[in-house]
Design a protein around this ligand. Structure first.
Ligand code: ADP
Ligand code: MG
Length: 694
């Protein structure tokens, strides 16, 4: 399905063109006539001519083949119009008409119908409920927006139409250009995945930006974006961040994992740079469209004022960049011309008494230093200092050396002229040094993404059907939460599990006790109980000679605490007691992205502290490692202050196995291995909770 003709048509029809002022069909027609050099055919059964063009009663009457139809007719006749488009062999349409999913159930049905029809006939459809499409390379303004975009190498998509018109107006004001500009509307057929793929192969798009409210084809998105981001940066705003996890969830993982964790994980794993604000979206987009990523994180700073230098240095830390250490050669060079009051080390402060020539020399020494990978040029207005000259110095530097340069020539009126020439030279300039550093950090981030190696998934879990069989047997116990009876599945998966045995009477418990010489853990074994310790169903540190006594006490206690007289108690599990740190590995199934794996410190504080990391399953060994390393408490696992390092490789392996299990068995809705107790010798599961669906 090629989208070439959608963005580069030779002929365009406007179905629902009108002469009525304020009518969308009229605005589209006028926009096209203003910009587009190809042929435009208005379609309206009630008009002979419109805006001087011959008007046709139906698309089927147009004597030439039509590459693109823009549809602006009432929702209820869109399907008929699409059928005519199909008869006329039109394979690209933009449905501007509203009155679909956004108005409720009835609209949703209509949308389903038009979407199904278009897909079935292989029609590329944008919308419905869209503003339209702009393609500057073809001078195509197939929208009802008031303006055409400026040309540029950024392609932009937005799920919000209002956002499209606002961005367009603003971008024209600041001189930001676009290659393609797409209002996605309700995404009945074409969505972000299709556009990302199209733009990846489009040599006029260097950066992809987007505002999204949701992604329906989650896994396809990851697969596509992973490839695309190796060559074309993608920066997205995904709104609707605050929603917590599903309230009905029974596991810790299910409670913590909201859809936003899924988006966060999916974006991160596929190399998409996620931003929170529109300002960041365009700051990042602009710099990525103009400059290439630096070698590494080392930044050299030149300034004529102390304060901005300090702010910038602080910001480097915030955005995970580093101050470069200048070479001796550079320090010597700087010493030759800088006044004794100036600071030679990074950030270089040439002071307010310096002139443009000092600035140029300082800047060049920094740029030429092999330790410096990118340069931040700051300054405040000073008496003997001309901003236009500084801008010229920066522009020259940008032309001659292949290292990123970002400016913060601070000021208003005084910096306006400089601002303009910097823009032409492709040097982003900001009032705020912190914002300049942030923009630079986007380049560095993208550099990391491009260097990233995606490891193939090594299958660690056995291929045989035993696991499937055991899971389907458990699914039979419909609606029930699976507890420790699921341990044997974990064993089949090759996940280390602490040794345990069920006693069905206190005398049986007495017999089992003979095996042990050190304290054990007793746990109530009942299909009716989910949280064992809540009702006194877990006792740790039981001496072997107390096991039979504690057995009876536990059964009594649990019966008393659990108010249902029909509760079923199968017995008490006697479990080896292990010493170590408690961690959790869990799974939650996201409707868009599929199984998400969670890792964190376990035990009772997991929901409170939420010090957890997420990834979309399956995860590679490298990704599992990243999950472990990215929690705040990682130093606790690595061993701090004399504490010993726990078996991190063991955890990494469990995460991989769990992730593969969740992908292979779609019945798994939620899974908690909580806690897994890990020490220097290894990691072993002591408790489990699993919710299955049919
Ligand atoms: P539940 O989550 O149903 O209350 P768990 O089996 O997770 O029951 O046990 C609760 C707590 O008891 C664990 O978080 C852990 O602190 C401790 N515990 C459970 N089993 C063991 C064990 N085998 N060794 C050491 N501590 C354990
Ligand atoms: Mg537990």
């Amino acid at each position: 399905m090629s989208l070439t003709k959608l963005f580069h048509p030779s002929t365009v029809a406007v179905i629902g063109a009108s002469r009525q002022e304020g009518h969308i069909g009229r605005e589209v027609l006028l926009n096209l006539m203003d910009s587009f050099c190809g042929k435009v055919f208005p379609i309206n059964p009630k008009a002979e001519r419109l805006e001087g063009l011959k008007c046709y009663g139906s698309i089927t009457e147009v004597p030439e083949s039509v590459d693109l139809a823009v549809i602006a007719v009432p929702a209820k006749i869109v399907l008929d119009v699409l059928q005519e488009c199909n008869e006329a062999n039109v394979s690209n349409v933009i449905v501007i008409s509203g009155g679909f999913k956004e108005i409720g159930e009835k609209g949703r049905e209509l949308e389903q119908q038009i979407g199904d029809f278009a897909r079935d006939k292989g029609i590329n459809m944008i919308g419905p409920n869209a503003i339209g499409v702009i393609s500057t390379g073809s001078n195509l303004n197939a929208t009802f927006a008031q303006e055409m975009a400026l040309p540029g190498n950024i392609s932009f998509m937005s799920q919000s139409g209002a956002f499209c018109t606002a961005v367009l107006d603003w971008a024209n004001e600041v001189g930001l250009g676009f290659n393609h500009f797409v209002s996605l509307g309700n995404k009945a057929v074409l969505d972000e995945v299709d556009l990302i793929r199209e733009w990846d192969s489009d040599c006029n798009t260097d950066v992809i930006l987007g505002y999204l409210e949701g992604i329906d084809r989650g896994r396809k998105f990851i697969e596509t974006a992973k490839n695309v981001t190796q060559t074309t940066p993608i920066v997205l705003v995904k709104s609707g961040k605050t929603k917590g996890g599903a309230s009905a969830a029974a596991s810790h993982t299910g409670t913590i994992a909201g859809s936003d964790n899924a988006y966060g994980a999916a974006f991160e794993q596929s190399g998409v740079i996620r931003v929170d604000t529109i300002e960041e979206l365009f700051d990042f987009g602009t710099i990525l469209a103009q400059q290439s990523p630096p070698e590494d994180r080392k930044v050299g700073i030149v300034t004529n004022a102390g304060g901005p230098g300090v702010i910038a240095a602080d910001a480097l830390e915030t955005y995970d960049l580093e101050l470069a250490q200048f070479s001796d050669e550079t320090l010597d060079k700087l010493g030759e011309f800088l006044s004794p009051l100036a600071t030679r080390k990074n950030p270089i402060d040439i002071t307010g008494k310096a002139d443009e020539d000092d600035y140029r020399q300082a800047l060049n020494s920094v740029i030429e230093d092999g330790e410096v990978s990118s340069v931040l040029a700051l300054s405040a207005p000073a008496a003997i200092f001309s901003y236009p000259k500084i801008a010229e110095i920066l522009s020259n530097a940008r032309d001659t050396i292949d290292k990123p340069i970002v400016g913060a020539l601070m000021g208003g009126k005084l910096s306006a002229e400089a601002q303009k020439s910097l823009k032409e030279a492709g040097v982003p300039n900001y009032f705020d040094p912190g914002r300049a550093v942030r923009a630079l950090s986007a380049l560095v981030k993208y550099g990391d993404i491009r260097k990233r190696k995606y490891e193939p998934i090594k299958s660690l879990i056995p291929e045989d059907e035993v696991i499937e069989k055991k899971v389907s047997e458990l699914v039979g116990k419909n609606g029930k939460m699976i507890g420790l009876e699921g341990l044997s599945i974990l064993e089949d998966l090759g996940i280390p599990v602490v040794e345990s045995q069920i006693a069905r009477s206190s005398s049986e418990a007495k017999q089992i006790a003979q095996k042990y010489s050190s304290p054990v853990v007793l746990k109530i074994e009942s299909p009716d109980i989910i949280h064992k310790s809540d009702i006194g169903g877990v006792k740790v540190g039981v001496e072997p000679d107390q096991i039979s006594y504690e057995y009876d006490r536990m059964v009594d206690r649990v019966r008393r605490n659990f108010e249902d007289p029909d509760m079923e108690i199968e017995g008490v599990r006697i479990q080896e007691m292990v010493d170590g740190k408690e961690i959790i590995v869990g799974v939650n199934r996201d409707p868009q992205f599929g199984p998400l794996v969670m890792f964190g410190l376990g035990g009772i504080y997991v929901e409170l502290l939420k010090d957890v990391s997420f990834k979309v399953a399956p995860v590679s060994e490298l990704e599992a490692k990243e999950m472990v390393e990215s929690i705040d408490a990682y130093p606790v696992l690595k061993g701090v202050r004399g504490g010993s390092r726990v078996d991190i490789d063991g955890i990494v392996e469990i995460i991989q196995r769990v992730s593969q299990f969740a992908v292979r068995l779609p019945q798994i809705c939620e899974l908690d291995l909580n806690p897994i107790i890990v020490n220097a010798e290894g990691a072993r599961v002591v408790d489990l909770r699993m919710r299955l669906s049919r």
